[in-house]
Write a protein of this length. Structure first.
Length: 198
């Protein structure tokens, strides 16, 4: 990625989710729901399989992901909204919902030799994000899979989640890395100091 991904405001993420559900595009609605809520890097998101999110008793409450970048495990939690999106997609859109080894986010193209489903490519995810952000009027930025992670991080901080929790979920080594990643500047800190004068 040549430029840093811009933050997508929460209200725009929700508008895109609603737009995609209304169009019955359940795969992309799940991308826009799980992407921000799991806050995984795109390589880890695309490696998720059907069996990771659904077991014999239904959608799992959480599952573990081995991060490709850090080689450390991280837990992805299926919030009620994510659970509902997974259920809708597996019931009404996934081409092989009973195949635990199938990618959760498959491409429409299958492996030409085996006929197996292939996961979406990173470039396909970028194109989906570009299409959907433009559809809700976001045209002046660089929106990418990292924008989903940033949306969760900013919403968490704005909602009062402690910095160490946000830092841990995003897999950053220090709070300063998280602040830079989320685009929080000294001016933002100064503005907060003025607003919350005791």
């Amino acid at each position: 990625m040549s430029q840093a991904a811009d933050y997508i405001p929460v209200e725009k993420v929700r508008a895109i989710q609603d737009m995609l559900r209304g169009a019955e595009n359940f795969r992309d609605a799940l991308l826009w729901t799980a992407g921000p809520n799991w806050a995984l890097r795109v390589s880890d998101l695309l490696a998720v399989k059907v069996g990771d999110v659904r077991g014999p008793k239904g959608v799992r409450k959480s599952f573990s992901v081995q991060q490709q970048k850090t080689k450390k495990p991280v837990t992805a939690d299926n919030t009620p909204k994510v659970t509902k999106a997974i259920e809708a997609y597996l019931e009404r859109g996934h081409p092989e919902p009973g195949n635990a080894e199938a990618p959760l986010f498959p491409s429409r193209n299958r492996d030409p030799d085996t006929g197996e489903l292939k996961p979406l490519a990173r470039t396909q995810v970028w194109n989906i994000i570009k299409r959907d952000t433009e559809a809700v009027g976001l045209t002046d930025g660089v929106y990418a899979p990292h924008s989903w992670r940033k949306a969760w991080g900013r919403a968490a901080l704005d909602g009062g989640v402690p910095m160490p929790v946000v830092q841990s979920k995003l897999g950053h080594r220090s709070p300063s890395v998280t602040l830079v990643y989320l685009g929080i500047t000294k001016d933002d800190v100064r503005e907060a100091s003025i607003k919350i004068e005791l």
